[in-house]
Design a protein around this ligand. Structure first.
Ligand SMILES: [Fe+2]
Length: 471
């Protein structure tokens, strides 16, 4: 017997009915060009390398993104909803051992593959997991926001199980847990599309046990994609993109839209606090997908670095607003004593995917790395922002080449903050193939440290991480 509630069945039925009323269109930019899904799972072991791949990089680089297996009405497809596919590259002793791409083992994917269901519970009518893949507790996890449970992957990217880590709780999670490098705890701000009046702070310890759940009341069902942590606080971004019945009725594949009636605010929740302890501070209406880092200040406030979109999901029904929306990289001084957020622009250029040396999460840091783009089809620049001097260096991947998110991998034993490498898949429209490009963070404008050439293309996607063998 299905475990779906009547409400979930109703929402699923309504969504299917609304989609069926959208005029058919075979065109959608998120199914074409650099976004076009690949049609098969591959295992490649004969990989060539240009440059010098550091021998100390032993582990797995994994990145996930949407790769829909079947799309019945391309015109109504939303980029955020496609079946998840993980692209992994295993590095060992200066060599690339293999590349694999594997769909996440959701029920629909396994049915199409004529394979048995993956063990573990499910919740909701949508179980696509497509947004982040990361190591935690010595294991590999992929996750998504809004409802579906995370999945555990094995070292060759097979789906092991569905579930909220080692908990039996059937709770929504997030794409962006923030891991404290000191305690090893993962902190998450989670929302459930079917429960618009509350969000939750969930803590998963380094043994994959859920150790804390605090529910916090909110209005309108805000989409909260990311959070940030300091040593003392969890930062909640309650911004005006909310659950939208109007979008559902208009056939949007994602039922979220810009909401002028929603008060934009930032919440400071003590990491060991309860819902009543949240201090809410208003902020100008805007939207933030991603934070870079945050830390406590001596004045009782918090410093938070974020990529800010002036608006989001306002006109577009198939993905993020693609043009004309101002995007800035900003430093927010959140001051609960004054009840204000002071915003300072770090960089005016279009960019996303902020990352840093995450061994410095929750602490002051100097370097932020982002992906710069001129339009939605090409992101050829990798930025290194020096937050002390206010200067930016750019690694230009070249014409026709488009980089995904770059993860910073610290050199083992290194002491300088920027002693390490930036690692990302780069899609080459000239060859219709992709590379793993490794850039020395201390020589950002120089030639890459190494390039692993793949015989396949890796479509533009979402988030990736380096998962060292020692994690
Ligand atoms: Fe994200």
């Amino acid at each position: 017997m299905s475990s779906l509630s009547l409400k979930e069945r109703a929402v699923g039925w309504l969504s299917a009915r609304m989609k069926s009323r959208v005029p058919y269109s075979d065109s959608n930019r998120y199914l074409e060009g650099i976004y076009a899904p690949v049609s098969e799972e591959r295992t490649e072991t004969k990989l060539t390398i240009t440059g010098d791949l550091p021998r100390e990089l032993n582990g797995l680089y994994a990145r996930i993104g949407p790769n829909p297996m079947h799309v019945s009405n391309p015109g109504a497809y939303h980029w955020f909803t496609g079946d998840g596919m993980v692209h992994g590259l295993r590095l060992e002793n200066g060599q690339a051992a293999w590349y694999r791409n594997r769909w996440i083992g959701t029920d629909s994917v396994r049915r199409h593959q004529n394979l048995p269901k993956v063990p573990g519970p499910r919740r909701g009518v949508v179980d696509a997991v497509n947004t982040n893949v990361f190591g935690h507790g010595g294991r590999i996890w992929a996750s998504v926001e809004a409802g579906a449970l995370p999945v555990e992957l094995d070292g060759e990217l097979g789906t092991v199980k569905h579930g909220l880590f080692d908990s039996t709780a059937l709770r929504a999670f997030t794409a962006h847990p923030r891991i404290d490098p000191v305690t090893g705890e993962a902190h998450a701000i989670c929302y459930d599309a079917l429960k618009p009046n509350r969000i939750s702070h969930v803590v998963v310890d380094a043994r994959c046990q859920v150790t804390k759940v605090v529910e916090v009341p909110v209005k309108h069902g805000p989409m909260i994609h990311d959070c940030a942590i300091t040593r003392s606080q969890v930062i909640i971004l309650d911004l005006p993109v909310t659950f939208s019945v109007k979008h559902v009725f208009q056939g949007a594949g994602l039922p979220y839209g810009w909401n002028d009636r929603h008060q934009a605010r930032v919440g400071l929740l003590p990491r060991d606090g309860a819902a009543k302890d949240v201090r809410w501070i208003p902020v100008d209406p805007c939207y933030v997908f991603h934070t870079c880092n945050a830390y406590d200040l001596d004045d009782g406030g918090v410093m938070l670095d974020v990529v800010v979109h002036a608006r989001m999901f306002d006109r577009s029904r198939i993905g993020p607003e693609a043009d004309g929306t101002r995007i800035t990289f900003e430093r927010w001084h959140i001051d609960p004593a004054r009840g204000a957020v002071k915003r300072t622009v770090i960089s005016e250029q279009n960019q996303e995917f902020p990352r840093c040396n995450e061994t410095l999460n929750t602490r002051p840091y100097r370097y932020a790395y982002t992906v710069g783009f001129s339009n939605a089809e090409q992101a050829r620049g990798l930025f290194r922002h020096d937050l002390h001097t206010g200067t930016t260096l750019t690694h230009d991947h070249g014409a026709g080449r488009s980089t995904g998110e770059a993860v910073f991998v610290p050199r083992q034993g290194g002491t300088a903050e920027d002693d390490g490498w930036l690692m990302a898949y780069v899609h080459d429209a000239n060859t219709q193939r992709s590379d793993l490009v490794v850039v020395n963070a201390q020589d950002l404008t120089g030639p890459p440290q190494a390039i692993v050439h793949l015989p396949v293309r890796v479509p533009a996607g979402f988030h990736g991480n380096w998962i060292p063998d020692s994690h």
